[in-house]
Structure formats: structure tokens, C-alpha cells
Design a protein around this ligand. Structure first.
Ligand SMILES: *[C@@H]1O[C@H](CO)[C@@H](O)[C@H](O)[C@H]1NC(C)=O
Ligand SMILES: *[C@@H]1O[C@H](CO)[C@@H](O)[C@H](O)[C@H]1NC(C)=O
Ligand SMILES: *[C@@H]1O[C@H](CO)[C@@H](O)[C@H](O)[C@H]1NC(C)=O
Ligand SMILES: *[C@@H]1O[C@H](CO)[C@@H](O)[C@H](O)[C@H]1NC(C)=O
Ligand SMILES: *[C@@H]1O[C@H](CO)[C@@H](O)[C@H](O)[C@H]1NC(C)=O
Ligand SMILES: [Fe+2]
Length: 602
């Protein structure tokens, strides 16, 4: 670093470039003033030399450097400018969190004052009373989704959760490349499905979720316990429904099925949910946060602040660098929220996120593109087996994805008149090189055509918005962490025999239950609903748009109307005559663009 610095100073003294200290100062001011000081239109780099622009970038490379990760994952911004970015983002996230904590505290006091009505949480039904006229308005604008507190014993609710609020775990088994993960008694399988396990498998009707890796992660001491489940799901040959077939808890080789006693089967589903929630949350650290952060870091270091692509990335990564430090302090640290409430420890969560990042399962960029990822897991366009009858995450994600892609396509075409202009953009190509080189982005896509670039930007926009919101933010208190069906730990040892009779005794005691609802409430962002922070306004940054061209401004208007119309659809969603919504016994409203945030925010 100091050698590079010296090199630049030596060059600087020999050519008419501004003094580096002035440059740093200017960049910091621009960052702090959100670029208001520069009102010139964004532009692509010129073909010829542009000393001022080049110096700008060189200065950024010297002052926005790759520091060690905060916690785990890819590099974290360091250097004078890198630290400024981190500090600015920290202030954004802290203030949005602080506003929510005020609401949460009010709700928490009321919930504790009302403790008598929970009856000491002796029965499953007592747990639903935790939400009865409580945690409002934290959980506003939607409250707990209709059906999630009343229909949770239904198998269809359990299975459809895999296709809505944690859509990243399940995959179809492919008979030509997979083997059977575990055996289930064929008499039982036939009774449940009308077919043998083998025939379900060969006909492409079997699906699998594997959380067994959690078995080797560091655990919390008693009374918190975590299982290490895996589970089979199937598309029913008669109804076409996507349903659960069997769950293993990872203890004593027990295989649970819907043919067990209602208590045993319900407990099995609850145990699975403990693992699934852990996976969803700490996989999302890498899938959404880490991937988007490191792509942006490489962009900051290679694209001029006058480059339109950096402007869009900057908008999308609003507040992004503030989150890893917060996660470390609030969640991961010893005795933090994870240690307090989970069966696996905070260290386990960090280790898991780090692994899913570096082994590419969540950290790879291109092979996890929206449709590529769903296809890879046999959830759409599967070469084997029937299509899913209903796939809420896809159904709600697709219209948002299409609208984003419309925007980025128009935006990119408006700045690049041909594919040749993409390869001729030296800053853009430097970004690609940087991403594949020093930044170490995993699986960065080739960026040679306008379509490549429009897709790449659309994917970053997806990662920070609906793909994130499906699993995080409002989702925790509205659905994903709701009791009694979704605890974060069991409070009795994982059974080593069937025939349990008191499922409620495995669930969190009152102080833990209320404590974690409070944590979940802190992740909610009701204050962003129907404001300029909601997904409808993803690109609607007046300062940025003023510096863009008219085609981009028009594309933003088009995006806003498409998303406003979509918001109406999701907002007005209700049960049909069969008590279902999107084929599920609960009404999922996560991906309402009027409510979900357009950025990561936490
Ligand atoms: C995260 O994984 C990387 C790559 O395997 C490894 O080098 C690093 O030490 C890990 N970080 C932590 C804190 O475990
Ligand atoms: C990557 O690591 C995660 C967490 O340990 C694990 O669940 C997943 O199976 C791994 N994937 C691959 C492809 O190794
Ligand atoms: C299950 O519990 C019931 C009643 O508590 C008992 O009669 C039965 O024998 C038990 N079954 C097994 C397999 O332990
Ligand atoms: C949202 O609007 C408020 C004023 O109503 C403004 O202060 C704030 O900067 C805007 N936020 C963003 C991210 O554009
Ligand atoms: C789910 O619960 C709601 C009440 O919250 C009810 O109206 C609906 O019929 C239930 N759906 C099914 C399939 O039981
Ligand atoms: Fe997040």
C-alpha cells in the first residue's frame, strides 16, 4: 500500500494531476453529500485519455481497499475512503434499526405486562396467544399472515413453506444423477402416496432438503438443543400437491412420517423448522449480503463516480456495508442473540455463512442467478417429473424480476449503443477483471454484451431486494419465526424414541419466546412501507435520475407503475373457497413491492 502510494505521488509530480489529498477530500465530500456537489450527467469513459477521471479512479483504488472481513465472508472496505463508505452505511442502518427498536420496546413492554394471558405456555394453542393483540404495530402493516397461527398442523402448510419463505433449501432429486438420501419403509410410503419410494424417485416426484451439516456445528449448552434434520417431499400422484413424506431428526436413526402419531409427526416438522430457519438466515448472509457487497466493492474501485453503472450499484447497495458490523455485534458475538436463542451457536452461524459463501452454494454469483438457481434445483423447467402445481416464491418473484430486468435493459441500452460499446468501456472491463482478480468474486459472469450487463445488474437488484425480503426483514415476525411452529431451538433433548406426548414442552419458555419475538420485531421494517424506501422506488432517486438520461428516467416511471400494480395484487390476496392462497393454507404477502424494502437495510 505505501509503495503504491509512493508510486502515485511520483507519477503525480510528473504530470498535471490534482494533488492527491485534494482528490481524497473531494471524494469524501461527494460521498458525504450523496454526490450533490457533482451535477454533471453520468457518462461512459471516453476512448481517449481522461486524466482527471483516471486519477479519480486511481485515488479510489488507493483509499478504498480490501480489508479483512468483518466477521466472515469476502473482504470488507478499508482505507480512508472505504472507511467513509462503511461509516456512512452504518449510520443509515443504525438509524433505521433505532427507529424500529423504539417500536419494539413499546410492544415488548405490553407483551410482558399481558403475560397472564399466555397461561404459562402449557399448550401449543397458548403460543398463538403471544400474538393475540400483541406486537402491534411492529408487525404491521400485515401482522402475522392469515393461517400461519391456525393451520400450522397441516402438512400442506409445512411443505409449501419450502416454496415460499425459505425457497433456497429444497431441490428435486434427479433419478439419473442422485441417489436416495435415506430409506423409508415401503409399506408406509405406499400407504401415504399410493406408490413405492423407488417409483416416486424414478418418476421425478421426490424432493429433498438436507440440513444434516448442522450436526457438526458448535452447539449451545442445555437447555437449548438443535437437531440436524433432512427430509423428503413429494408431488402427490393423485392431487398433484407438494407434500412432506419423511423427516429424519439426526438422532437414533429415527424416520418420522405422517403415519406417526400426530404429536410425533408435528414435533418432527418443528424440529425440521429449527434447522430450516437457521439455514435460511445464515445462508442469506452470504447469498444476499456477501455476494452483493463484494461485487460493489470491485465496482467502486474500478468505475468512475461519473459512471452510470456505478450510480445504479450505489443506489442498490444503500446501507449495505453497515450490516456486517451490526450482525456481529447483535447476533453473532458470544452471548449475542444467536447464543441466547438458537440451538446452534453464534460461532456456528458465522461458520455456516462462511462455508456457504466460499464453497459457492450461496456465494457463487452466476450459477445462482434467479432462474438458473431454480432450474438447477429442478423447481422450474425440470427435465424430470411433473411441474410444481404452485410455487409462490417464483410466482411473486418473477413479476418483480421482469420489471427490474426491463429497467436495467433500457438503462444499459440507453448508454451503450452496441455490444461493442460494452467491451470498449475500459472502466467496465476493469471492473470485470477486478471482480475476477483481486476482489475474488466467485463466478462473476462474462460481461461482453449489453444483455450480460443488464442481467448482472438485474441480479444484484434482485439479491438486495425481493430475494432478500423473502427470507428476512418483515418475514421473521410475520411468518418465519412465528410460534409454536417455528422455534429457533428445542428446550428438551432431541427425542431418541418416538411416542412423545407433550410437544409444547419442547418449545421455548416464556422469557425466551418473548425475547426472540423481540429480536424478530427488530428485523421488521414497517416504517419503510409506502415510503421512498419501498421496492416500488428502487430506482427512484431524484439526484441520481437527474444525472441520467431521459430513457432511464422513463424506465423508472415504468418500473414504478408495474410495481404499484403488483403491490395491489399481493396486498389484496385472500384465501380462496378452499381456504388456500397460492395453493397454501396461509396468505403470503412478503413480496409486496409497496411494503418490502428495495435494499438490504439489515
Ligand atoms: C472462511 O472461509 C475461508 C475459506 O475457506 C477461510 O480461509 C477463513 O479462514 C474462514 N473464516 C473463518 C472465520 O472461519
Ligand atoms: C457448502 O457449505 C454448506 C454449509 O456447510 C453446506 O450446507 C453445503 O452442502 C455445501 N455445499 C457444497 C456444494 O459443498
Ligand atoms: C406410546 O405411549 C402409549 C401411552 O403412553 C403406550 O401405551 C405405548 O405402549 C407407547 N408405545 C411405544 C412404542 O412406546
Ligand atoms: C426519502 O425521502 C426523505 C424525505 O421524505 C429523504 O430525506 C430521504 O433522503 C429519502 N431517502 C432516500 C433513500 O432516497
Ligand atoms: C386456514 O386458516 C384460515 C383461518 O385463519 C381459514 O379461513 C382457512 O380455511 C384455513 N385453510 C385451510 C385449508 O384449512
Ligand atoms: Fe439481511
Amino acid at each position: 500500500m505505501s509503495a503504491l502510494y509512493f508510486l502515485l505521488l511520483a507519477t503525480a509530480s510528473a504530470s498535471p494531476v490534482p494533488d492527491i489529498q485534494d482528490e481524497v477530500q473531494l471524494l469524501r465530500e461527494r460521498q458525504e453529500n450523496n454526490n450533490v456537489s457533482s451535477l454533471l450527467p453520468y457518462s461512459l469513459p471516453s476512448d481517449g485519455p481522461d486524466v482527471v477521471r483516471a486519477t479519480d479512479i486511481t485515488t479510489k483504488q488507493l483509499t478504498f481497499t480490501y480489508g479483512p472481513p468483518v466477521g466472515v465472508g469476502p473482504y470488507y472496505p478499508a482505507g480512508v475512503l472505504g472507511t467513509t463508505y462503511a461509516t456512512t452505511d452504518g449510520a443509515i442502518d443504525n438509524s433505521e434499526l433505532a427507529a424500529q427498536v423504539v417500536i419494539m420496546r413499546g410492544d415488548d413492554s405490553k407483551a410482558r405486562l399481558d403475560s397472564a394471558k399466555y397461561n404459562g405456555l402449557k399448550t401449543l394453542d397458548d403460543y398463538t396467544k403471544l400474538y393475540d393483540d400483541e406486537w402491534q404495530p411492529s408487525s404491521q402493516p400485515t401482522g402475522q399472515y392469515d393461517g400461519i397461527l391456525t393451520n400450522y398442523t397441516q402438512d400442506l402448510l409445512f411443505s409449501m413453506e419450502r416454496l415460499s419463505f425459505n425457497p433456497y433449501a429444497v431441490r428435486r432429486l434427479n433419478p439419473s444423477s442422485d441417489s436416495m438420501p435415506f430409506d423409508v419403509d415401503d409399506a408406509i410410503v405406499t400407504k401415504i402416496t399410493g406408490q413405492t419410494l423407488e417409483s416416486l424417485f424414478t418418476s421425478g416426484r421426490l424432493f429433498y432438503v438436507d440440513h444434516t451439516v448442522q450436526g457438526r456445528l458448535p452447539k449451545r449448552p442445555p437447555p437449548q438443543y438443535a437437531p440436524a434434520c433432512d427430509a423428503l417431499f413429494y408431488i402427490c400422484p393423485t392431487s398433484g400437491d407438494f407434500l412432506p413424506l419423511a423427516i429424519r431428526s439426526g438422532v437414533a436413526d429415527l424416520v418420522y412420517t405422517p403415519e406417526d402419531t400426530p404429536d410425533d409427526w408435528l414435533l418432527a416438522k418443528i424440529m425440521f423448522n429449527v434447522n430450516d430457519f437457521f439455514m435460511a438466515q445464515f445462508d442469506h448472509f452470504s447469498r444476499n449480503h456477501f455476494v452483493a457487497e463484494i461485487v460493489y466493492e470491485a465496482a467502486v474501485r474500478t468505475l468512475s463516480d461519473d459512471h452510470p453503472v456505478l450510480a445504479v450499484l450505489k443506489r442498490l447497495l444503500y446501507g449495505a456495508f453497515g450490516i456486517r458490523p451490526l450482525a456481529l455485534v447483535i447476533l453473532i458475538r458470544p452471548d449475542g442473540d444467536i447464543d441466547q436463542y438458537f440451538g446452534n451457536s453464534g460461532t456456528a452461524a458465522a461458520q455456516f455463512a462462511n462455508e456457504t459463501y466460499f464453497n459457492g452454494s450461496a456465494g457463487a454469483l452466476r450459477s445462482n442467478y434467479f432462474l438458473t438457481n431454480l432450474e438447477k434445483r429442478g423447481l422450474i423447467n425440470s427435465p424430470v417429473g411433473p411441474a410444481l402445481k404452485s410455487f409462490p416464491f417464483y410466482e411473486d418473484g418473477m413479476p418483480i424480476y421482469n420489471a427490474i430486468k426491463d429497467f436495467t435493459t433500457t438503462f444499459i441500452s440507453s448508454y451503450y449503443s452496441s455490444d461493442a460499446a460494452i467491451t470498449a468501456d475500459k472502466e467496465l472491463q476493469a471492473w470485470v477483471k477486478e471482480a475476477n482478480g483481486p476482489a475474488g468474486v466467485i463466478d462473476f459472469p462474462p460481461t461482453n454484451t449489453r444483455s450480460d450487463l443488464a442481467c448482472l445488474l438485474a441480479e444484484i437488484a434482485r439479491l438486495v431486494s425481493f430475494s432478500h425480503h423473502a427470507v428476512n426483514l418483515n418475514q421473521l415476525i410475520t411468518v418465519a419465526a412465528t410460534l409454536p411452529f417455528h422455534p429457533t431451538a428445542l428446550y428438551k433433548p432431541i427425542p431418541d424414541a418416538k411416542n412423545v406426548t407433550d410437544v409444547a414442552s419442547y418449545l421455548p419458555p416464556l422469557d425466551k419466546a418473548l425475547g426472540f419475538i423481540g429480536v424478530a420485531a427488530n428485523f421488521a421494517r414497517p416504517l419503510l412501507a409506502n415510503t421512498n424506501r419501498s421496492l416500488i422506488n428502487m430506482f427512484d432517486d431524484p439526484i441520481m435520475l437527474n444525472r441520467m438520461n431521459s430513457a432511464t428516467r422513463a424506465a423508472n416511471e415504468k418500473f414504478k407503475s408495474a410495481m404499484t400494480a403488483r403491490s395491489e395484487v399481493v396486498r389484496n390476496r385472500k384465501f380462496d373457497a378452499d381456504g388456500l392462497s397460492q395453493g397454501m393454507p396461509f396468505v403470503w404477502q412478503a413480496l409486496d413491492p409497496g411494503v418490502a424494502a428495495w435494499s438490504l437495510t439489515i
